[in-house]
Design a protein around this ligand. Structure first.
Ligand code: OOG
Ligand code: NI
Length: 415
């Protein structure tokens, strides 16, 4: 008799990404349109620009997704870390969206594969934010206590699921027979809850921030967007607009340029209001609507070195970054490599290392564009002490440094 077939964590990751995508497509129709238009844009772009595949094969780019979730506490984030480890996804980078031009009360990391071969097999990543309840500018002592008590009594994941995830992560594989059930249970944990929402509690949190209500006003977490990758985001934007889907005003991140694409460009659209159940103060349950799930699309470019990133931040501080771009960045990969601004495998300008992470200003812009407006932060000192080290300690895991990973990929040579 043959031994049971095993699936490795990357195969589970591919199944997880595909199953989340199927769930999202079934529930958010505009996502299906976005995925179709993205695939067309990629095919057309490649037909006109044979070099477009230098940043990733058509197969990888068209299958590629990132998702986003939001949780309330370090304990919840640690459970997410346990679960995602079974899919070969570990925390990379620290994003403090409270420091954005218009602050969002969360701190974030991204769970993703980190080895070049793992990224090539399936690069699925999830931008994961945690509510910053320790920040007094958003949460006074009384509210903080009530939010933390609410979070402490809810359970985002079945403990048996987390225990199984830990074992799979430790082994590096699971039986093929078990895989679909495991992935199915993981995906179900990120579906929109059908449970009635306490209207008064949700509204109270909405006064602080739409994000606070979305995270701590409900009994579960949910995928709030799944993002396909395109080779030409300007063209995607035009085609979606032509189909009558109103996109946010601007593409976030670097401007369109004639030179090498750098980092990450993103744009999004607001999802339709979805029916949800609310429990009113008098105990009755009513059907109302919420707009919490949206659509986003991204285009990825070459990863910048710390020196390149400084240039980027300086260029983006200009009134019109597109106009001054050439003052900060050369127009060829060869020059980018020669000046040490971006990562290339073995220093070969024809082999860019793709940016696999996120941008805090863009992330804040994406959050912002999908909220109905936000209250001002109170004028008190922030003594929350949030930092990368704090977050790593709170979830008891190292948080990887993106630059160290890019440097390793650049040294490894051809992937
Ligand atoms: C996350 C927004 C950030 C991105 O691609 O920058 C993000 C969220 O809305 O929860 O997904
Ligand atoms: Ni996103």
């Amino acid at each position: 008799m043959s031994r049971a077939k095993k699936l490795e964590t990357w195969q589970l990751r591919a199944k997880f990404a595909a199953a989340l995508s199927a769930m999202y497509a079934a529930e958010v129709p505009a996502y299906t349109t976005l995925v179709e238009v993205s695939a067309q844009v990629n095919r057309d772009c490649l037909a006109h620009h044979p070099h477009a595949e230098r940043l990733g094969s058509l197969a990888r780019v068209t299958a590629e997704r990132h998702g986003a979730i939001r949780v309330g506490s370090p304990a919840e984030l640690a459970a997410v870390a346990d679960l995602f480890a079974a899919f070969g996804m570990v925390p990379v980078g620290y994003y403090d969206l409270r420091t954005a031009a218009s602050p969002i009360p969360v701190i974030s990391t991204a769970f993703r594969p980190i080895d070049a071969d793992e990224l090539a097999r399936n690069p699925f990543r999830v931008f994961t934010s945690m509510l910053a309840t320790r920040d007094r500018r958003f949460f006074g002592a009384g509210l903080r206590r009530r939010v933390e008590a609410f979070l402490a009594q809810r359970q985002l994941f079945d403990p048996a699921l987390i225990a199984r995830a830990r074992a799979i992560a430790a082994d590096g594989w699971c039986d093929a027979d078990e895989a679909d059930e495991f992935v199915g249970r993981a995906v179900a944990a990120f579906a929109l809850s059908r449970e009635p929402i306490d209207r008064a509690w949700y509204d109270e949190l909405s006064q602080v921030s739409g994000v606070a209500a979305d995270i701590a006003g409900v009994s579960s977490t949910h995928v709030n967007h799944l993002t396909p990758r395109v080779l030409d985001i300007d063209e995607l934007y035009r085609r979606m607009t032509a189909r009558g889907i109103s996109m946010i005003d601007a593409i976030q991140g670097p401007p369109r340029t004639d030179g090498p694409a750098v980092l990450l460009r993103q744009t999004s659209f607001r999802a339709l209001a979805e029916p949800r159940l609310f429990r009113m103060a008098d105990g009755t349950v009513r059907k109302e609507t919420l707009r919490v799930r949206f659509g986003e699309v991204e285009a990825r470019g070459v990863a910048l070195t710390p020196k390149g990133r400084q240039r980027y931040d300086a260029a983006m501080a200009a009134v019109d970054p597109a106009r001054v771009w050439q003052d900060y960045f050369p127009s060829t990969d060869a020059e980018m490599a020669a000046q040490g601004l971006a990562y290339y495998r073995c220093g070969d300008p024809s082999k860019p290392v793709v940016y696999e992470d996120f941008l805090p200003a863009s992330a804040a812009g994406i959050f912002r564009s999908n909220l109905d407006g936000d209250a001002e932060a109170a004028q008190v000192a922030d003594d929350s002490e949030y930092s990368l080290e704090w977050l790593a300690g709170a979830i008891d895991r190292p948080i990887h440094d993106p630059y160290a990973l890019y440097e390793a990929h650049a040294r490894e040579g051809a992937a």
